[in-house]
Design a binder for this molecule. Sequence first.
Ligand SMILES: *Cc1c(COP(=O)(O)O)cnc(C)c1O
Length: 357
Amino acid sequence: MRVNVTKPYLPNKKKLWARFNSIYESVTLTNYGPQVNQLENRLKKRFGVKHVICVANGTMAMQIAIKSLNLKKKEIITSPFSYIATTSAIIWEGFSPRFVDIDPLSLNLSANLIEKKVNKNTSCILGIHAFGNPNDVQYIEKIKKRNDLKLIYDASHCFDVNYKNKSLFHYGDISTISFHATKIFHTIEGGAIFTNNTRLAKRIRSMINFGIEANKIQSLGINAKMNEFEAAMGLSILDEIDIIKMKRKKIFDYYFKHLSSKFQFQQWSSHSQNNFAYVPILFESEKKLLKSMKILNQKQIYPRRYFYPSLNLLKIHNSQDKCPIAESISKKILCLPIYHDLKMNQVNDIIRNLISL
Ligand SMILES: *Cc1c(COP(=O)(O)O)cnc(C)c1O
């Protein structure tokens, strides 16, 4: 049996089918029906953010976040240590990413390097909380204010992550998340935009529905709606999320106990707690990583190289920015399998193989 880095969670069938039945009865399949509405309300309550707008996926969430801020200048400061969608969103919206290197322990933007990259063309900072670990959000907020910039966080990994007892989604002008099937909480495909700015939320709501407001086309929009079936999946998983997290915590703690003397783990913010979405470990060298991967693959175990390569090196970015730490870490980091029903004997097998080399 193949062990992948993750496995989509499928919720209790009866509960999901009950929700599908109510979709059949209402014959509302999309366009902000009762399921999406309920999901938004439950997320709003869970995270305490004023506005939660569910969308088609996490990439659209970021593109719309960028578009909605009406940025005039063309450069966006971002991290090279992320998934490609963070920077493709920037370019797709007509902006240029400027890469700032990461901190080797937190794996987030090196906050003290950000300001050196700010110039007359800088409009925005787009940070990513790598593997859910909060950025130095208070320090970055100060940089934003001092330089009159906008601030977006790709918080795709941050479901249920708090910073100083408040959801991480409160930070920045906008935070976005992905609800893709591979994430800890998912809606098959999907995502959400979080903001406490009511004017911005109103603009975003119209933007994701063709620019329509009060039945009239008021501005340029796109279609980024989440549908009712996706929301029904999300609601059903939300009912079970605390159990999912408990199961993942057990696996994460076990990995940590047996591997942390041999491998470096990400240093988590002291103001926050891990949500156990990922288990990244750092090897001494890329050579050792590749050797371990080969052995694990032979046993049908497939960890993933998140995030490789460092995004500043991709041809599509045509970037001159040098990020030696991100370039080095991305070669040596591997995410180990973690999901709700991964068996402890499988975890043990993975640990044994990693330690034996
Ligand atoms: C998954 C992910 C995305 C993309 O989200 P989609 O919902 O697949 O479009 C973007 N950024 C990060 C950091 C992600 O992990």
